[in-house]
Each structure stands twice: as structure tokens, then as C-alpha cells.
Design a protein around this ligand. Structure first.
Ligand code: TRP
Length: 455
């Protein structure tokens, strides 16, 4: 009997701290260290930051709470969850299908950036990228991107590494690892932030990050900020639903979501504080684009005392941050294949990896063999990024908000989000519900249509 209960029991996170570490581990990633600084840099600094903050609070937080709540209520993968919770015959489960597609698109380019990060840990350690001349660091980066063999091999190594952790399971693998990595991440980030603040032009860097210039804000910038909010909080594709299905029934969902959002914001700001003062001190433009991390950062570190060691620290930190995020991205298709389609977990992992080897190599090769293969002017790497962040995630967000606000209804939402009245309050539940019902979907839709130039 005991034995039987054991085998029926669904995997899950085992403690409050584990829930927090895993969920924060999903939110924190390349989004904070790679995307946030270059997007903030390219879109005018603090003005962009402000819009990003608004998007996070008005849209991100309610949608994140909705997703986790749905997942925990159904205790199932996103497709099954929406099939169970929706009235018979209504196609809300398609959100789960779109999520699976988004997971493959995101992982395809994400794993390639992580591939560069892994390669850079070695390059930093052996001194290859140690040069204060950005032309040297730029050609080192271009050489890596343009090398199809290296791009593919590093990407496969990254994917195999993540698959290996997932094989250890939800509790031992995901929760066990993120519990150790998240504290390490904060220590490393504080160290780098302190070094950067001690540099000459720290004040200029901070001013760039914190004093707004609204002249750069346009509809497409607002869409970018909102897309970043979705990407950052891992919402709109069922990741949070999947993790929500591993939450314990006594977990306070709104409080957890708020903590994750706040801690994630801290990581982004700390990354900005670590990067911008250093960039200004050594006279680089803050708007260097996606390559900021791989071209400017090495040139900056090369001019700091102990720069080489700190550069290794920086790329290890980035790898640490990206690991928890990739685990959560890959767990979505893995759980769907396992639970919805009945594959044993190891097979589900292998099949996901096989798919990613295919779709991922399209991104890995978009700097070399497939460089001229473009749609709407974008190579596949950028296309996968734009389509997922600016279309699939916000669209997923709209439908999740509509589902909770108009189908599931307040009574059920309130029961589930307050743990049957044991945490939070009915009025808090109502505020979140009203945001989901009226505010988030409308805002997302307007921003999407404006940003995609539909009007
Ligand atoms: N939030 C992660 C980051 O900032 C990326 C990520 C993980 C993600 N899981 C996700 C993005 C699900 C969108 C959806 O790097």
C-alpha cells in the first residue's frame, strides 16, 4: 500500500525554499544578464526601465499568479491542465501547444547564447579574449559565431548538460540544483557590482540606468519592454503553469510570485550596475546591442585589476543564471510528452533533446552556413527570438488572462489562489482577478498591435 502510494504520487518541489529557488531560477537567466542590459542600453536607459517596470506590475505579475494557480489547481502539464479546467470541447489547451512551440523556439537561440557563454568561460580562463581593444574582442566573437563546428558542439554540450539534470528528476534535479545555484548567483553578482561601482565613471553609468530619457520611447520600444517582461518572468508559455503544478498546496502563490518578481528585478538591476559603470569608465557606447556581453565586457574587464579572474567569474555567473532558466524551458515539453503522451520521463527528455538538436542547429548556424537565410529581414536566431518574445508569449498571456477572467471565474480563482481562504485575502484575489479580466488582456493587445504596426 505504502509502495503504491509512492508510485502514484506526482513529483513536486519539497520545501518553500525549494519552490522559491526553482521559480526564481526559471525567471533569472540570460534575460537579466544578456537581454536586459543591451535592451536598456539600446532603448534609452531609464525610460525603458520604467516602462518595463509598469509592464511587470500590471501585466507580468497577474499573469504569473494566474499561471501558477492554474498549474497547481490542475496538478498537470499545461495541455492537460487546460483540458481539465476548461468546459468540455473548448480549445483552451491550444495555449499549451503554443507554449510547447515557444519552448522550442526560445531554447533554440537561448542554448546557442549559453553555448557562447560556456565557450567564453574557457576563453576568459586561457586569456584568448583578454584585450582592451574592442576590435580584438569583436573579431574573437565573430570567429566563434562564424565557426559552424564550434557553434554546434558547444550547443549540444549545453543541451546534454541540461538534459542530464532533468534526468535526475524534478525534486533532485531541478530543485536540488537551483537551491545551490541561486545563492551563489547573488554572491557573484554583488562582487561584480562592487567592483564596477568602484570605477571612475560609476556615476555616469548609474545615471544612464536611472535618469529617464523619454525621447527614445516609441510603440515598438514599448512592445520590446513588454516582451522582455514576459521573457523575464517566464510567462505566457506554460512554464509557470508547469512549475505551479509542482507547488505544495500550502504555498502562498501571490507572495511567492511577488518575491520572485522582486528578486528577479534586483538581479537585472545588479547586472546593470555591474555592467554600465564599467562600460562608461572605459569609453564604450552603452548601446552595443546583443554583443554587449561578448565584445564590450571582455574589453572592459581586460582593463581592471584582476580582470581576467573577474571575467571568468562573470561568465560562470551567466552560465549559473542560464542553467535554471533552461531547466524550466525544457521541462515544459518534457512534462507534456511524459504526462500527456505517456512517454517514460527519460524517453521524453531524449525526444525533446532530439527536437532541439534540429531546431537549435538552425540558430547555431545562423552566424555561418545559414547567415543569408532570412525571413522579414531577420536571420533565424533573431526571428526565433522576436517571434517568441513579441508574439507567442504575449498572445499566450492574453489567452491565459482571458481564461481565468472569463471562463474559470472569480469563485474558483479565489478558492485556488487563497488556498481556500487560508492565505491572502478575498480583496487581494479580487484585484488580481480584475486585472486579469480587464486590464492585462487589453493592454497586451494594444501594445502588440501598436508595436507590430497594425494601426
Ligand atoms: N526567464 C528566463 C530569462 O530571463 C528565460 C525563460 C525561462 C523563459 N523560462 C521561460 C522565457 C519561459 C519565456 C518563457 O532568461
Amino acid at each position: 500500500m505504502e509502495q503504491q502510494n509512492q508510485t502514484i504520487k506526482r513529483a513536486g518541489f519539497s520545501s518553500g525554499f525549494g519552490v522559491l529557488a526553482a521559480t526564481l531560477g526559471s525567471a533569472v537567466g540570460l534575460g537579466n544578464i544578456w537581454k536586459f542590459p543591451y535592451l536598456t542600453g539600446a532603448n534609452g536607459g531609464a525610460g525603458f526601465l520604467l516602462i518595463y517596470l509598469l509592464a511587470t506590475l500590471l501585466i507580468g505579475l497577474p499573469v504569473m499568479i494566474a499561471e501558477i494557480t492554474l498549474g497547481r489547481k490542475a496538478k498537470a502539464n499545461p495541455i492537460t491542465a487546460l483540458q481539465t479546467l476548461a468546459p468540455k470541447g473548448q480549445p483552451w489547451w491550444l495555449i499549451g501547444v503554443s507554449g510547447m512551440l515557444a519552448a522550442f523556439l526560445i531554447l533554440s537561440f537561448y542554448s546557442e547564447v549559453v553555448a557562447w557563454v560556456f565557450a567564453y568561460i574557457l576563453k576568459a580562463a586561457d586569456g584568448t579574449i583578454l584585450s582592451s581593444d574592442p576590435q580584438v574582442t569583436e573579431s574573437a566573437f565573430n570567429a566563434l559565431v562564424a565557426d559552424p563546428v564550434q557553434s554546434l558542439l558547444w550547443q549540444w554540450a549545453v543541451l546534454a548538460f541540461i538534459g542530464g539534470i532533468l534526468l535526475m528528476g524534478v525534486t533532485k534535479g531541478i530543485e536540488g540544483l537551483t537551491k545551490r545555484l541561486m545563492p551563489l548567483l547573488f554572491v557573484l553578482l554583488l562582487l561584480l557590482g562592487a567592483v564596477s561601482l568602484s570605477l571612475d565613471k560609476a556615476v555616469e553609468g548609474l545615471a544612464f540606468l536611472f535618469s529617464p530619457d523619454f525621447s527614445k520611447i516609441s510603440a515598438s520600444v514599448v512592445l520590446t519592454a513588454m516582451g522582455l517582461a514576459f521573457f523575464k518572468l517566464s510567462i505566457g508559455m506554460g512554464t509557470m503553469m508547469t512549475y505551479g503544478s509542482y507547488f505544495g498546496d500550502d504555498q502562498n502563490i501571490p507572495a511567492t510570485a511577488l518575491r520572485v518578481m522582486a528578486a528577479d528585478l534586483c538581479v537585472s538591476l545588479l547586472a546593470g550596475i555591474a555592467i554600465f559603470p564599467a562600460v562608461f569608465t572605459f569609453g564604450f557606447a552603452p548601446t552595443a546591442g546583443p554583443s554587449l556581453v561578448f565584445i564590450t565586457i571582455p574589453a572592459v574587464f581586460s582593463q581592471i585589476i584582476m580582470g581576467q579572474a573577474l571575467m571568468v567569474v562573470f561568465f560562470v555567473l551567466t552560465a549559473v543564471a542560464a542553467t535554471g532558466a533552461m531547466l524550466s524551458l525544457m521541462e515544459v515539453p518534457v512534462l507534456i510528452l511524459h504526462e500527456r503522451f505517456g512517454l517514460p520521463r527519460p524517453k521524453a527528455i531524449m525526444l525533446t533533446l532530439a527536437g532541439l538538436l534540429l531546431s537549435g542547429s538552425v540558430c547555431a548556424l545562423s552566424g555561418s552556413l545559414l547567415a543569408d537565410f532570412r525571413l522579414w529581414g531577420l536571420n533565424m536566431f533573431n526571428l526565433f527570438d522576436v517571434v517568441s518574445s513579441n508574439i507567442l508569449l504575449p498572445a499566450g498571456g492574453i489567452f491565459l488572462a482571458l481564461f481565468v477572467g472569463w471562463r474559470w471565474g472569480f469563485a474558483q480563482f479565489k478558492e485556488a489562489v487563497t488556498n481556500q481562504g487560508r492565505v491572502g485575502s478575498a480583496s487581494l484575489a479580487r484585484v488580481i482577478f480584475l486585472l486579469l479580466r480587464y486590464v492585462s488582456p487589453v493592454l497586451i493587445l494594444i501594445v502588440m498591435l501598436q508595436g507590430l504596426n497594425v494601426f
